[in-house]
Design a protein around this ligand. Structure first.
Ligand code: GAR
Length: 219
């Protein structure tokens, strides 16, 4: 494999998306996870990283006076590892504009809905309550507005009769584990860029949901 892209992964919870990246990197995903940083102590994501021999850091948000102070400390911590890409993988924090702008074009997030539908929390329950027939997950570049920013990749799943938030979340998560490593791969290969606020793949604007958008497998 050629040069590997150095990344830092931010987590707050179980870390199944982190696990997909760890397994990808152990296979042929050309990244090195330099550190996994959690804002919450004791989360399973930290254990997953430790088991894989990856450096971990805890930066507990409850120890900071305000959001600005926390995000400034987080920038300082992340930048010690000099990542080319910051990957938010279930990092459940609202980010300050200063933090987001510092990583403009080099920070991505995965959100468990078909953005722009269902920003914020409890997306699976809300999709069911809205009577959506389709739901899914979205990878996007991070911009200051919550769960917003240029879309990179989406996976769609059906909402089935009898689904509850847990069954639907599980169906979405298996798709997240496909699309997040794929988006990271595109970035690592230099194919994915944010140019003047537009997400581009191979130099062409990414158009999610466009009728002529090729399925993932054909790209
Ligand atoms: C994932 O479903 C991810 O999309 C979501 O948190 C979960 C983390 O799972 N992220 C957000 O809601 C961000 N707004 P994981 O810890 O098992 O990867």
């Amino acid at each position: 494999m050629g040069e590997r892209l150095p990344i830092v992964v931010l987590v707050s919870g179980g870390g199944t998306n982190l696990q997909a990246l760890i397994e990808g990197a152990a296979a042929d995903l050309p990244v090195t996870i330099r550190a996994v940083i959690s804002n919450r102590p004791g989360v399973f994501a930290l254990e997953r990283a430790q088991r894989a021999g990856i450096h971990t850091e805890l930066l507990d948000h409850t120890q900071f006076a305000d959001r600005e102070a926390y995000d400034a400390a987080l920038v300082a911590l992340i930048d010690r590892f000099e990542p080319a890409l910051v990957v938010l993988a279930g990092f459940m924090r609202i980010l300050t504009p200063g933090f987001v702008n510092h990583y403009s074009g080099r920070m991505i997030n995965i959100h468990p809905s078909l953005l722009p539908r269902h920003r914020g929390l409890h997306t699976h329950q809300r999709a069911i309550e809205a009577g959506d027939s389709e739901h899914g997950a979205t990878v996007h570049f991070v911009t200051p507005e919550l769960d917003s920013g240029p879309l990179i990749l989406q996976a769609r799943v059906p909402v089935l009769p009898g689904d509850d938030a847990d069954t639907l979340a599980a169906r979405v998560l298996t798709q997240e584990h496909q699309i997040y490593p794929q988006a990271v791969r595109w970035f690592a290969e230099g194919r994915l860029q944010l140019v003047a606020g537009v997400a581009q793949l191979d130099g062409a604007p990414i158009q999610i949901g466009a009728p002529d958008a090729a399925p993932l497998a054909q790209r």
